[in-house]
Design a protein around this ligand. Structure first.
Ligand SMILES: C[S@@+](CC[C@H](N)C(=O)[O-])C[C@H]1O[C@@H](n2cnc3c(N)ncnc32)[C@H](O)[C@@H]1O
Length: 328
């Protein structure tokens, strides 16, 4: 799946291996300010921010200029370019398309960990999944598809797999298909590898950790790691996916439960509306969407509306077709 929405002028961009020129020191290139930090002029910030918005839907305001500059500087150095202007010119050139993936990989914030926000996971288990299983049992339809949209390094999707196993649901008369998508190639590679550090696994209950991870101390000063075991890994599939891309999102097929947590915070209302519409289009009629606990899609409640029966966290279900957009 390509990074760039198929309808965008940037469509068909794929990341290539980065240029190999020796990195140039930022101070030698006039990239640093008095505080020794790379700095973007206002006009360059606007240009980079609009490209990032076009590619990903993430909206960065001027107060994030230092953050963006520090990330762009890594690419400037990796490519051995002179300055931010040269990097922008490269991105705008025909060969610059192969750089989009690297740019987005730097800009995305991949913060995630296993068993993130326990109350919501309880709601997923007791108030979303279990009632769905009972309803499906009656219909003799026991196949469930669960999506972790913006899956980052896979912690969220593997958490779902671990919970299903812990609930004794794996290997019964039901099938679970677990899919994780993200725009960041680097994060997806880590998800597929399934090797984690202490920070990521700190919330995993001890018995689950012991049963489902291979622990390595990290010899010779190496890092202590926990690798997810093959039975859990084989339950999960990761692929590139841009939430803004309507065509490719719909190619994922329909899901019963969609986790889309801690990514809408980076989007403005227009991007959010597009993403919510895209997610709604791949949600089964009796399905639910779970967002991060600090996120809301109040302005998009004509598409996905809060389902009040879930007490521990809000689960969103499809608004009836034809629901008008609310003014506030
Ligand atoms: C903070 S992480 C959230 C990870 C996980 N869902 C969680 O809550 O722990 C946000 C993720 O959103 C991804 N992301 C940002 N824009 C995206 C887009 N347009 N399409 C898909 N993923 C995107 C980033 O690459 C990053 O991995």
């Amino acid at each position: 799946m390509s990074l760039v929405p198929s309808t965008s002028p940037f469509a068909s961009a794929t990341p290539a291996s980065s240029a190999t020129s020796a990195p140039a020191a930022p101070s030698a290139l006039g990239l640093v300010n008095a505080a020794n930090r790379p700095q973007l002029s206002d006009s360059l910030f606007v240009k980079f921010a609009s490209l990032i918005y076009e590619l990903s839907g993430m909206r960065f305001e001027a107060n994030k200029s230092y953050f963006i500059a520090s990330k762009l500087d890594l690419r400037v150095q990796a490519l051995g370019l002179k300055n931010f202007e040269a990097y922008l010119a490269y991105l705008e050139s025909p060969s610059g398309r192969s750089e989009y993936g690297f740019l987005i990989d730097e800009i995305t914030i991949n913060e995630t960990f296993f068993y993130r926000h326990e109350p919501q996971l309880q709601a997923f288990r007791d108030e979303v999944l279990m009632p769905m299983i009972f309803a499906r049992k009656a219909q003799r339809q026991m196949r469930f598809r669960i999506l972790s949209a913006a899956a980052s390094t896979g912690d969220e999707l593997y958490t779902v797999a671990l919970m299903l196993k812990d609930m004794g649901l794996v290997g019964k008369d039901m099938t679970f298909e677990l899919v994780g998508t993200d725009i960041c190639h680097d994060a997806l590679q880590k998800a597929r590898a399934g090797v984690y550090r202490k920070y990521n696994i700190r919330n995993v209950p001890a018995s689950i950790l012991q049963q489902n991870f291979d622990h390595a101390m990290g010899t010779g000063g190496g890092t202590e790691t926990w690798t997810i075991k093959p039975d859990i890994k084989s339950m999960c599939r990761f692929q590139e996916g841009n939430l803004m891309d309507t065509t490719r999102t719909s190619a994922l097929g329909k899901f019963d439960i969609i986790f889309c947590r801690n990514v809408l915070i980076y989007f403005d209302e227009a991007s959010k509306e597009k993403v919510v519409r895209n997610l709604s289009s791949i949600l089964n009629d009796d399905g639910f969407v779970l967002l991060g606990h600090s996120e809301n899609i109040y302005s998009q409640r004509h598409i996905l509306r809060p389902d009040k029966t879930h007490t521990n966290a809000i689960a969103y279900s499809k608004a009836p077709p034809g629901t008008p957009k609310y003014n506030v």
